[in-house]
Write a protein that binds this ligand. Sequence first.
Ligand code: ZN
Length: 246
Amino acid sequence: MSRRTWRTLAVTLSTLVVAALSVGYVAYRLIPSRTTQLAGELVHRVDTDDRVVALTFDDGPTDADAAAVLDALAERGVLATFYLNGREIVANPDAMQRIIAEGHEIGNHTWSHRSMTFVTLDTVAEEVESTDTAIRAAGYKGPVTFRPPFGNKLLTLPLYLARHDRLTVTWDVSSEDFSGAEQSSADIVDGIIATTRPGSIILLHPWFGRTASLEAIGEVIDRLAAEGYRFVTVSELLEGRRPGPS
Ligand SMILES: [Zn+2]
C-alpha cells in the first residue's frame, strides 16, 4: 500500500475508534441517569413551592416485611407509592392485599428486576405487561407509573414506554448505600432530611430484611412532618404540576 493509502486507513480507523468511544460514553452516562432518557416522559421531582413530597418504596413486596413497612405508614396516616416486581406480587399475596386495602399507590418495577439496558423490545414488553397483569389481577384500580430496576434504561425500554404512553418515575432523594458499607438507620434518615425539598420524590428499599431502611421510614416521616411537609402519592404529586428542573 502507498503511504497515502496508509494515511487514509489510519485516519478512518481513528475516526471509528473516537466514534465508538463517544457512543459508549453517551450510553454510559444515559443508562443510570435519573433525569434523562431517550424517549418518553421521565419525572424525578416536581417544581413546586408547596411543602409536599412523595415517599416511594422499591422492590418486593414480601409478606415477611409487610407488617413493619405498612404499620409505620398506617400509624402516621401516610400514603406511599410502591414500585413492585410482578414475581414478588404473586409470591406474596398477603402483602399485596394489605398495600391495596390501605389505599397506597402501586407502580410497575418489572417482573424479574433485571436491568433493562441491553434487552429486546419483546423482553421489555413481557417484563412490563406481565407485571401490569399481576397488579390488576390483585384488584388494584389506581394509576400505575413505571420505574426501571436500578434506574437503568437505554434504547428499547424508553422506546416501549413512549410508544405505550407510560410515564417513567425516578427520584431525587436517595441516601441508601449499596456498596456494602455499614450504614445505620440514622445515616439514611439524615441523608434524606438533608436533601429533601418541596416536590421531592424520596426512595427507600425496605424489603428483604433491610432493617436500616425499614427503620428509617417512621423517622423520615416524623422529621419531615415536623418541618411542615405533607406526604402524597406520586400521582397526586404530579397532578397539576410540571416536572421540575433539577
Ligand atoms: Zn429495584
